[in-house]
Design a protein around this ligand. Structure first.
Ligand SMILES: Cc1ncc(COP(=O)(O)O)c(C=O)c1O
Length: 455
């Protein structure tokens, strides 16, 4: 029998399966102040949970507003996690440390170790389960990079649900492998904007070459959900229930670090809608909110989609067609046309409200990078650790490398941990563009966010 904690203290930290956490962590009761309420898109008044039952499975809506600090993982979901497999290991990146000649220690949590290759199944499995348990026949969603879509397609096939995915057109063209994965799992996949919805038709009429955005794909998926019986919508990030499903990552990591008597000084992750970062960081932030640690938290985003570094902290819609409730968040405006960077999963105009509150209150720092900088960092990781990350993940690899090099200058022995949230084996076209110096860097000259609500 493998002993709890360490197999190779110098290199890989496992957590035995019988020590996998049995509950998710919900940060809402621990936030420094209550979240601003979501607003009804028509009346702009605070919305009650009931109207959302037509959009999401009921249990997911209840998790959205839950005041419970810990929520039990249903047995069926726990079982599916074990088969993913979970718990995932933590690796110490000793060869990267050596290459950088840094006194810092670098660890990463391996969330890419599952059939679809990212953190997304942690919520996809839970969402498919709750929909199935409620008797829903079909789920519909959007996907940017294809990581979320392929995870929901896989989870739907495991739980016997039909699944339709609106895939942002630029990713549909850039990542045909992801589309094939979803189709193998039995999902119906269309490029968004599409001719399947009224909203998509209206966009294609004015611009047949519209390359899409997550905001547009969300609008199409919502329209599809509202016009089909026994169908519910699933979202891959941003909402509280998604963030809390992802905390299995940080809860496992805490146990793993405790087992080797290590306390990270820096916790770092990339942010698309925020669930990846929150899933890793929130169980550690819980200690900072109780003033028990001084850990630094760093959220990394693209300069092309700088929601938290250049956006406005205000109420905005979650989608382009203005169908969703308004959320208070850092936003670039719901009609922001994110440039076609290869990190499709980070092309969302807004971010999760709890994450934005914690950034606004100074608990989390955010930083932004251009795609050339992040691919350079990903290349270093690949050549030292052997791991080719997803371009999204490479954003925090850039931060980790820069921080480790700062430590080299100051002599600090910081312990830096990041969430290795995706492999890049279906992103090789992007790596090819990087190697052939064809990557373009983008930054918006100005950002105009409409003021929708007087605050
Ligand atoms: C590999 C990878 N990492 C990170 C993200 C961003 O995740 P989140 O929206 O949870 O912040 C995505 C989103 O698709 C992704 O595919």
């Amino acid at each position: 029998m493998q002993k709890s904690g360490i197999v190779d203290k110098e290199r890989v930290v496992y957590l035995p399966q019988d020590e996998m956490p049995t509950h998710w962590y919900n940060i809402l009761p621990d936030l420094p102040e209550p979240l601003a309420p979501p607003l009804d898109p028509k009346t702009l008044k605070p919305i009650s949970p009931e109207p959302l039952f037509r959009i999401f499975a009921k249990e997911l809506v209840m998790q959205e507003v839950s005041a419970e600090r810990f929520i039990k993982i249903p047995d069926e979901v726990y079982d599916a996690y074990v088969y993913l497999p979970r718990p995932t290991p933590i690796v110490r990146a000793r060869r990267l440390e050596k290459y950088l000649a840094t006194p810092a220690q670098i660890y990463y949590k391996c969330e890419y170790v599952n059939p679809t290759g990212s953190h997304k199944p942690n919520s996809a499995i839970a969402q498919a389960y709750y929909n199935k348990a409620q008797g829903i026949e079909r789920v519909v969603t959007e996907t940017g990079a294809g990581q979320w879509g392929s995870s929901l397609a896989m989870a739907s096939s495991l739980f016997g649900l039909k699944c339709s995915v609106y895939m942002v057109r630029v990713s549909y063209d850039q990542k045909p492998g992801r589309r094939t994965m979803m189709q193998i799992h039995g999902a119906d996949v269309v490029a968004s904007p599409s001719n399947k919805t009224k909203f998509g038709q209206s966009l294609l009429k004015s611009d047949p070459n519209n390359y899409g955005s997550l905001g547009i794909a969300i609008s199409e998926a919502l329209e599809d959900c509202l016009t089909h019986e026994n169908t519910r919508y699933c979202l891959g990030s941003v909402l509280n229930h998604v963030l809390l499903h992802q905390t299995i990552i940080g809860l496992e990591s805490k146990k793993q670090f405790e087992s080797i008597d290590v306390q990270p000084d820096v916790i770092c992750g990339c942010i698309g809608g925020g669930s990846n970062f929150a899933g890793f960081a929130y169980p550690f932030i819980a200690d900072k909110l109780k003033k028990e640690t001084n850990t630094e938290f760093i959220a990394c985003e693209p300069k092309a989609v700088p929601s938290t570094t250049r956006g406005v902290y205000t109420y905005d819609f979650g989608d382009a067609a203005e169908l969703t409730p308004l959320l208070k968040m850092y936003t670039l405006g719901h009609n922001y046309q994110a440039p076609p960077i290869y990190s499709g999963g980070l092309r969302y105009h807004g971010k999760a409200p709890s994450l934005c509150l914690l950034i606004n209150k100074g608990y989390i720092k955010s930083v932004a990078y251009s795609q050339t900088e992040v691919f350079e960092a990903a290349g270093i990781l690949a050549r030292t650790e052997g791991m080719i990350t997803a371009p999204e993940t490479a954003h925090c690899v850039r931060y980790v490398i820069d921080e480790a090099l700062r430590c080299k200058k100051t002599g600090e022995k910081k312990i830096i941990a990041f969430n290795n949230c995706g492999h890049g084996l279906l992103d090789l076209q992007a790596y090819d563009a990087y190697l052939n110096r064809k990557l373009l860097d983008y930054e918006p000259a100005t950002i105009n966010v409409p003021k929708l609500v007087n605050q």
